[in-house]
Every structure is written in C-alpha cells, then in structure tokens.
Write a protein that binds this ligand. Structure first.
Ligand SMILES: CC(C)(COP(=O)(O)OP(=O)(O)OC[C@H]1O[C@@H](n2cnc3c(N)ncnc32)[C@H](O)[C@@H]1OP(=O)(O)O)[C@@H](O)C(=O)NCCC(=O)NCCSC(=O)C[C@H](O)C(=O)O
Ligand code: MG
Length: 284
C-alpha cells in the first residue's frame, strides 16, 4: 500500500453519499478510489453517508483498486464519528484533510494502533494548507504515512491565487510537497482538474503533473479516467528506451566500463535505476 511503485495514476473521488457512483466505481479502470465523507458530502448528509459507505465497502467488489476513505477533520463536528466508523470499515488507508503537522497524523496513528483490525491501515494526508506545505517534510515521515494528495482548491483559496492556466502560483507548494514525499519514500498525487468536461485542459494538466514528477492525479468524474491513465502510464517508447538503457549499461559493465552510451546520450547508474522504476511501473 505504501509503495511508490504501486500504480497511483488515477485516483477518483466518490461522494460517500452517492450510491449510484459507489456502484459504478466497481467497474471503472482506476488505480485508487477516495470515498469522500468530507467536502463532497453536505452537512445534513454526513451520518447517512457514513452508513451508505460502510455498506458499500462491506459489500466489496472494488478489486485491486486501493480504497482510501477521506474523513472530516478532527476539529469539525463530524471528525470523531467519521474516524470511529472508518476504522471499522478497515479500508486500505484513511485520508486526513487539511493536515498541518506530523503531530496530527501521529494522534490518529495512535488510535489506529489501539483499534483491532487496523494493523495495515495507512494514513494519507491532504496537503492543502500553507502550514502543511511548510511542514511537509515532517508530515511525510509521520507514523503510518502512506502518501500525499494535493488539495489544490483549498490551497488556492488560502493563498488567494488563481488555479487556472499554467498553475504557476501553485508551483512552490506542489514542488515542496513532492520533494517531501520523495524524501519520505511515499507517493504524491496531484490535485483535481475542476472543469471535468474540458478534455484538452485535463490532458495538459496531467502532462504538467507528470512532468513535475507526480505519481498520478485525483479525479472527480469517470470521464477523466482514460486520459489520466494514458498520460501517467509509461509509453511504449519509454519502456523501449528503459530496456535498452539497462542492456547498454550491463554490456558496458561487463566490459569494465562505468558509463554506457545509448542514442548519443550517456547512461549511468542513476539512469538505470530510473529505467528499472519505469519498467516496474509499467509492470504494475
Ligand atoms: C461533478 C459531479 C457532481 C457530476 O455529477 P453528475 O451530474 O451525476 O455527472 P454525470 O451525470 O455526468 O455522471 C455520469 C455517470 O457517472 C457517475 N458518476 C459521476 N461522478 C462520479 C464519480 N465521482 N465516481 C463514480 N461515478 C460517478 C454518475 O453516477 C453517472 O452514472 P450513471 O447513472 O451510471 O450514468 C460528480 O461527478 C461528482 O460528484 N464528483 C465528485 C465530486 C467530489 O468528490 N468532490 C470532492 C472532491 S474534490 C476536492 O475536495 C479537492 C480537494 O479537497 C481540494 O481542496 O482541492
Ligand atoms: Mg480540500
């Protein structure tokens, strides 16, 4: 669950209150699902959503898709009940919103430690506050930490910046959290693209996220899945280059060389390590 090499290309939010969407997700080609009890569920529906979601997860049928449940924050009227109910659902991970500090994560980890059946349940963090961005390095190394999800809407709201276009105003936050995730050895999944009928815009933002180094993107609608999977999957050309880099380097090593040359470019140990990650990702 915590491995960066598990695929995290497409991570779809589903409101915990929407039975039809919970059903539909069993057949969608996504790598992970965020079952949401937080922002996608209206205050008056919180309790009913918890029950609906518990039924759906008990029924199962989500296959190898990672199952993350996003609870409301501990400082809200619903946080404690969400956490108690979610621990009984035994998902793959509990996703905490608006994480500011590693201490917040540690407090939830202690509750999981004390709860039977939660031995393998990871904690993921929504990185969507300015305080969280500045504490990203310690959050990435908090107990049970499984990965980061960028919350670009909340971040933009707090920063007072524009989310559209090239996302330049968000770059510092995106890159800081990504670097912290890499330091902690956990995945980092990009924020949502709100205009779910704009395929070209989605593709451009997926490509940007991939170029930054993100493991995948969070999605809000099934229509976004195919483009996201395509962009975040290693292409045939990348797989071919990775295989040839490994072969070229192994040949060079056998000849007592530390560096190989392929297609006019040097191939060193670090390129081979990256090539192996590409192949592992493609295999996953
Ligand atoms: C955006 C939506 C409200 C649109 O819903 P709807 O009008 O029902 O869409 P469609 O009629 O086009 O739906 C077609 C079918 O697809 C199913 N569906 C829709 N959305 C989902 C979904 N997310 N997962 C699974 N299935 C879905 C419909 O049931 C239809 O099925 P069928 O009847 O068989 O045709 C809606 O898409 C939606 O609610 N999306 C999720 C919104 C959400 O979760 N928001 C919160 C997360 S984003 C966030 O919080 C970011 C972060 O915190 C930050 O700060 O940035
Ligand atoms: Mg948010």
């Amino acid at each position: 669950m915590t491995s960066v090499l598990r695929p995290w290309r497409s991570v779809l939010y589903i409101p915990g209150s929407k039975e039809r969407a919970l059903e539909k997700a069993r057949g969608l080609d996504v790598d992970a699902i965020i079952f949401d009890l937080e922002d996608a569920v209206a205050p008056g529906e919180k309790a009913a959503a918890r029950a609906t979601l518990a039924d759906a997860l008990a029924q199962g049928g989500y296959g190898s898709r990672a199952r993350l449940v996003r609870v409301n924050g501990g400082d809200t009227p619903w946080g404690a009940d969400d956490l108690a109910a979610t621990m009984d659902m035994a998902p793959d991970a509990i996703l905490l919103p608006k994480v500011d500090s590693a201490a917040q994560v540690a407090a939830v980890a202690a509750q999981l430690d004390a709860h039977p059946g939660c031995g393998d349940v990871a904690i993921w963090a929504m990185m969507e506050t300015t305080r969280g961005v500045f504490n990203a390095a310690e959050i990435a190394q908090a107990p049970r930490m499984g990965g980061f999800i960028m919350g670009t809407n909340d971040l933009a709201a707090e920063l007072g910046c524009d989310t559209g276009g090239d996302r330049m105003p968000l770059m510092m936050a995106l890159q800081t959290c990504l670097a912290a995730a890499r330091m902690g050895g956990i995945p980092c999944v990009d924020g949502v693209f709100n205009a779910f009928k704009d395929d070209d815009g989605l593709r451009a933002e997926c490509q940007q996220g991939r170029a930054l180094g993100m493991d995948g993107k969070t999605l809000i609608h099934p229509a976004q899945v195919a483009i996201c999977n395509e962009v975040f999957s290693p292409s045939e050309a990348e797989i071919d280059t990775a295989k040839r880099q490994i072969e070229a380097f192994e040949r060079a090593e056998a000849d007592g060389q530390g560096v190989a040359v392929l297609d006019g470019k040097i191939v060193e140990n670090l390129h081979v390590a990256t090539a192996r990650k590409v192949l592992a990702k493609a295999g996953a």
